[in-house]
Design a protein around this ligand. Sequence first.
Ligand code: NAP
Length: 282
Amino acid sequence: MKLLNGKEVKEKVLADLKEKLGKINRQLGLVVIQIGDDAASSVYVKQKQKMAMELGYNFQHLKFDSNISQADLLNEISKLNNDDLVDGILIQMPIPKHLDSKIVQNAICYYKDVDGLTDINIGRLVHNVDSLVPCTPKGIMRMLEYYNIDVVGKHVVIVGRSDLVGKPLANLMINKNATVTLCHSMTKDLNKITKKADILVIAIGKEKFIGRDFVKKGAVVIDVGINRKADGSLCGDVDFDDVKDIVSYITPVPCGVGPMTVALLGENTYKAYRLRCDDKNL
Ligand code: NAP
């Protein structure tokens, strides 16, 4: 068994990025909008800020009261869309229930949408047109590439169909000629399907849900889940100790997919900047 080390790949992504950033004569701007005081969200925003500082970005953390009206929020997003010094805008999810997340997400200009969640960017991904793609699935693809794990013709089984992880990953895999099965909570005989996977990706948010009964011998296992245990430590959706002897590669939690997500946000911010430079009509 070999560990897929997200920290190591992150360092490579950031080093490549710093080289490109060195050729730009202005500081890139990244804005993270947080609504309310969700503790986990605050931790994720801090990780993004740390990455942004390391890359020399101008990072703004805009924090709004959980009662903010949708109209006021859309107005704030519109100001950022029109601010030439803002390259990337991200809304930290989840947001309060009175806000329509689809409307709020789509209010971001697609060329500043560093989370890749606007309808335009999702459509581009489905059509295999270059676009801003959600950071976690993009990070998973980059990690597989780094370790020379080819996906062409492989059977990739993804458990979890969220807009942020499962669905965009399925599209990225299809675009790279993998054969994809996408599973969810209504999937019958889940372990019969997962046991056929050459590459198994789990993104469901259920502590140690996947044990060796779900995994084929020699499979590559990507554990996206981040679950906080009672003692405050983190664990994934996969029972690492139970499967480690039968897999060929596996991501640990923490230090697997998590660092990739943050690194790819740095890269998406640069990509968003390039999009505006390369298309003067935007
Ligand atoms: P989500 O929006 O809650 O979606 C969960 C998905 O899992 C849904 O599609 C759901 O099916 C499916 N599911 C739930 N229970 C299942 C079961 N028993 N069997 C099969 N499928 C099941 O979650 P998410 O945002 O994708 O996040 C998933 C996990 O990844 C969480 O732990 C989250 O913290 C973590 N995460 C980590 C990173 C990172 O950087 N490492 C990034 C994003 C998310 P239905 O659609 O049928 O409900």
